[in-house]
Design a protein around this ligand. Structure first.
Ligand code: URA
Length: 193
């Protein structure tokens, strides 16, 4: 099976592994380039993503694209963007641990296919589920630093603030840009620290 076959099978599957199927319009598998060695992981589709079947195409996604583009990074060409859960939780609430557990094998498959060099986690939900050994973390202390994960040897991880948070608190913009710059430099193999 190719990544394209996996994607189309999941998108058309009418998956009912958790209850989110009841309120979703579409299953949102990803956006971007599955051949890129950089993976960006968010939380869950929002309203626009649910309607269009593409990850990060609403206001938060546009901000992410703009910030990355200002650093010479094209999210559609240079990365694959996915979410921890593939269906929109009602009212954009956080996905429950059960919903994440049902959906996680799809994320694992995506990581296996992409074999990323670097993974950018957007926000606390992505960090909590992709790096479960980080317990009781404070985002302010986690953002912007690289770490590794025993489950994914050789992969550099960084968590940054979720772009929806930056939309709510623009004062965090300069620090977000600084972190994204550091991530892109490392992901591209440049010396950065
Ligand atoms: N927020 C996310 O975490 N993911 C999306 O796809 C859109 C908004």
């Amino acid at each position: 099976m190719t990544y394209a076959e996996f994607k189309s099978a999941l998108a058309q599957s009418n998956c009912k592994l958790c209850g989110l199927w009841r309120s979703r319009t579409r299953i949102v598998v990803d956006r971007g380039n599955p051949r890129a060695k950089i993976l960006i992981i968010g939380e869950a589709p929002g309203e626009n993503e649910d309607l269009r079947g593409l990850a990060f195409v609403g206001r938060a996604g546009k901000l992410l694209d703009e910030l990355m583009e200002s650093l010479g990074f094209d999210t559609n060409r240079d990365s694959l963007i996915i979410n921890v859960v593939k269906c929109r939780p009602p009212g954009n609430r956080r996905p429950t641990p059960q919903e994440v557990a049902s959906c996680f094998p799809f994320l694992k498959k995506q990581v296996d296919w992409v074999r990323p060099k670097a993974v950018l986690l957007l926000g606390a939900t992505a960090l909590k589920h992709v790096a479960p050994d980080k317990k009781n973390f404070k985002m302010a202390q986690e953002v912007g630093s690289f770490f590794t994960q025993p489950d994914y040897p050789g992969v550099d991880f960084m968590v940054v603030y979720h772009p929806a948070y930056i939309l709510r608190d623009r004062r965090k913009m300069p620090v977000m840009l600084e972190h994204l710059k550091r991530f892109i430099e490392k992901a591209r193999g440049a010396r950065c620290d």
